[in-house]
Design a protein around this ligand. Structure first.
Ligand code: PLP
Length: 462
């Protein structure tokens, strides 16, 4: 392994320059430049470690990128062809801010068929990806002090926006023993009169947890009994097609009484390996709500490129798509089996088999203990500890010393995550690279001296 050089021009701390906590600290004594809410928004660290990876690559290292949440497959030809065809037809101008009708009709048909409910295209709104409706939903339904329940570990943007809109973030802590799934019993104590948005995400990022129809029925019973009538369930179903072991996708929107409370969210990023297409959608309970979001689209970005929307309509309805999805799932399934077995053979790591998505979420408590990460974290100055955790130290050690990029637990909701020692490992990376990554993690797991030196050098501070 090559010795690492940290070039003077690119500080290791550089990517954290804009972390809200850092900005807040720097501007404490001065008059603040930004609005209060600006200091409260979080981020998605999977994007933020990009510069550190690039720095390693510039030094000539091959980094195994298990940090990314994007399938490593090309866009299927039939979809690419349709996009090109639409550009040739000059479908390159402003279009309906709610989403072009052929795509909304396709979404309505598919969601109606798969969820066994009756959806009108007028209730569908198209966004630039599955991400924008997360913040827009919290902004639209929550006043300051209202509560947002979301899974933790969960997609970081859920927690990030709660703070931004002044809502009270209420994490629902998922348990490894329950395969990171949950039912009515777990959600019941969190619901209050102030609950406005309840976020569900099955299959889940970062755990790969899935839910059964029975669990969703239990959750629905509790919501029906305890939550205010105007509550909205934000059902993030963006991984609906990425399932293993003959699992089937279930949506809470299919449960009676929930259709009228649920916003169903999907997109092309994961199912069609098309993260750059920036096409996502939400199906709202009423046309009135869809109209509000259409107006937000007008205010924020006008519309999503129409040629991509036409490509998305083909992606959803072409019979060729099923084959590419199934090929991708088979590859993920093979990688999952190999990586889960490999990780479980490393002392200090325990990894469950996820039922869907393309992430592993191993428990590394034993590894943190063995390497001395828990002790090293305890000795850090309070200010540095705020941005870190034992699993962050292991994440940094794996990245800088072994060139394996992973994500730490606190990147998936930091509130109440203390004492939870996990990593997210994306398997959306070629099998041969994953094998190299596994070997490197194996070596790192016994490199106690290397870890201690790494800490002494002070390069672990985020
Ligand atoms: N929701 C979840 C659970 C995700 O994991 C992601 C992306 O990683 C998104 C939404 C956002 O997807 P998009 O890239 O379509 O905006």
């Amino acid at each position: 392994m090559k010795a690492l050089i940290y070039p003077k021009t690119i500080s290791r701390r550089e990517p954290e320059r804009f972390a809200p906590a850092v900005i807040a600290q720097r501007t404490k004594a001065r008059k603040r430049l930004f609005s209060d809410r600006t200091y409260r928004i979080g981020s998605e660290n999977a994007f933020r470690i990009g510069p550190q990876i690039r720095e390693l690559e510039l030094q000539g290292h091959k980094v195994i990128k298990c940090n990314l949440g994007e399938p490593d497959f090309p866009l299927a030809k039939h979809i690419a062809d349709e996009i090109k065809r639409q550009i040739d037809l000059d479908l390159t101008h402003y279009c309906d801010p709610q989403g072009i009708l052929p795509l909304r009709e396709a979404i309505a048909r598919i969601v109606s068929r798969t969820r066994k409910i009756d959806i009108s295209p007028d209730c569908v709104v198209v966004f630039p990806g599955g991400k924008p409706p997360i913040g827009l939903t919290q902004q639209t339904y929550c006043n300051p002090g209202d509560e947002v329940i979301y899974p933790s570990p969960g997609f970081p943007i859920y927690e990030s926006f709660a703070g931004y809109v002044g809502a009270r973030p209420v994490p629902l802590h998922l348990q490894e023993e329950a395969d990171f799934s949950f039912g009515g019993r777990e959600i019941a104590p969190l619901i209050t009169d102030r609950t406005r948005v309840i976020i569900l995400n099955f299959p889940s990022n970062p755990t790969g947890g899935v839910s059964t129809r029975e669990q969703l029925e239990e959750i629905a019973d509790v919501i029906y009994a305890k939550a205010p009538d105007q509550v909205r369930i934000y059902s993030d179903e963006i991984y609906e097609d990425i399932l293993f072991d003959r699992n089937h996708h279930h949506s809470i929107a299919s449960v009676p009484e929930m259709t009228e409370r649920t916003i169903i969210v999907g997109g092309v990023s994961k199912s069609f390996a098309w993260t750059g297409g920036r096409v996502g959608w939400a199906v709202f309970p009423t046309t009135e709500e869809a109209a509000v979001f259409k107006n937000l689209n007008i205010n924020y970005f006008s519309c999503v490129p129409a040629y991509n929307q036409m490509g998305a309509a083909v992606a959803l309805e072409s019979p060729l798509s099923a084959e590419s999805i199934s090929r991708m799932c088979d590859a993920f399934s093979e990688r999952r089996d190999l990586m889960v077995a490999g990780l479980n053979s490393i002392s200090g790591i325990r990894c469950r088999k996820p039922g869907g998505a393309f992430y592993l979420f191993p428990n590394i408590a034993g590894l943190c203990e063995k390497l001395g990460a828990i002790e090293a974290y305890r000795k850090m100055p309070a200010g540095d500890r705020e941005q870190s955790s034992p699993s962050t130290l292991v994440q940094m050690f794996l990245l800088w010393r072994y060139q394996v990029a992973t994500m730490d637990r606190r990147s998936f909701g930091s509130i109440g995550s203390e004492g939870q020692h996990y990593l997210r490992i994306s398997i959306a990376t070629a099998l041969d690279d994953l094998k190299i990554g596994l070997e490197r993690i194996h070596k790192a797991a016994t490199d106690i001296d290397g870890f201690q030196n790494f800490i002494k050098e002070g390069k672990h501070v985020c």
